[in-house]
Design a protein around this ligand. Structure first.
Ligand SMILES: [Fe+2]
Ligand SMILES: [Fe+2]
Length: 310
């Protein structure tokens, strides 16, 4: 698996959706589990710019190759979120994408600022911070594309299969960048290897956790991976990450699945109740009204202004 940043810069582009049969979206059913996963995935794709803000304040971004990658990566991820939203809208689920994104962000509240500052401080204190960040990037991209593959299999929806198949190609390139960069950093650097392993075992969480609750993360895990094939896919995922120097035998996604299963065993309602009750809606924040955070007025205010102006 090779990666050339020059080639990536030349070839990076908006997701090509030409020929996708959008008109057939509503003609094929999606289960509640499929819909739950699609909302989760859309929200996390749409969260990338905020995630990026955490990275740009770190020591890792002194590297111009990394910032060139992030500039293209951020744009590509934008179109993943946009197209997942488009598919959901065409399926008949009504929401305004901008409102939903703003609500997800507003619900993060103060925790987002604390996390940003601690990532920044940690990166300047730890010389090998980049090793941890790059490894986490590799796991996130690989688990994202593995999740999309599992959703294709679970849903059997032809249009979703076509769309996710195209997104997976982007995610593979992202994975190749992170994996190769992490490998370069870790090779011959035992101190970085030890720290990477130590940090992953303590601070790593599955992609989306933090924006989503533990129960939401578990719902995604049990829906997509709680069967023989799903478990095998996660074992393979951990094996791939374990090929990085110093990470042999590491258990991350399989440990996350085991945790989700354990919580479901203790409380059989756990996770599935979110799927059954269609718990993918994002509540408007109690504090920090979106209008204040975005300086955009609500639609109701806009029409009031239009009437006044008229
Ligand atoms: Fe993506
Ligand atoms: Fe990606």
């Amino acid at each position: 698996m090779s990666f050339s940043i020059e080639r990536y810069k030349e070839e990076s582009k908006k997701l090509d959706t030409a020929g996708i049969d959008w008109e057939a979206v509503a003609a094929n059913p999606l289960s509640k589990g499929d819909l739950f996963c699609l909302h989760y995935m859309m929200d996390i794709e749409n969260h990338v710019p905020l995630y990026l803000s955490h990275l740009l304040v770190t020591r890792a971004c002194m590297d111009p190759i990394l910032t060139a990658f992030l500039a293209c990566w951020n744009y590509e991820e934008l179109w993943h979120g946009e197209n997942l939203g488009r598919l959901l809208n065409l399926y008949g689920i009504e929401f305004d994408t901008q409102d939903r994104i703003a609500n997800v962000r507003a619900n993060l509240g103060f925790q987002n600022s604390v996390s940003l500052m601690s990532t920044m401080a940690g990166s300047w204190l730890l010389k090998d911070f980049s090793a941890v960040y790059l490894t986490i990037g590799a796991i996130n991209e690989l688990s994202t594309l593995t999740g999309y593959g599992a959703l294709i299999r679970k849903s059997g929806h032809p249009v979703l299969k076509d769309l996710l198949g195209r997104i997976i190609k982007d995610e593979r390139r992202h994975f190749a960048f992170y994996f190769n960069s992490a490998k370069e950093w870790l090779t011959g650097n035992e101190k970085a290897q030890r720290m990477d392993r130590w940090m992953l075992n303590r601070v790593w969480v599955p992609v989306g956790q933090g924006v989503k609750t533990q129960e939401e993360v578990d719902a995604l895990a049990v829906y997509l991976f709680d069967d023989e094939q799903g478990e095998e896919e996660l074992i393979n995922l951990d094996d791939k990450i374990g090929r990085l120097p110093g990470l042999s035998g590491i258990k991350l996604m399989t440990k996350a699945l085991a945790g989700a299963r354990e919580r479901s065993r203790k409380n059989p309602q756990w996770a599935w109740r979110l799927i059954d009750r269609e718990g993918w809606a994002v509540a408007a924040p109690k504090k920090s009204p979106v209008g204040e955070l975005t300086t955009r007025r609500s639609h109701a205010d806009e029409s009031a202004i239009a009437v006044e102006a008229g």
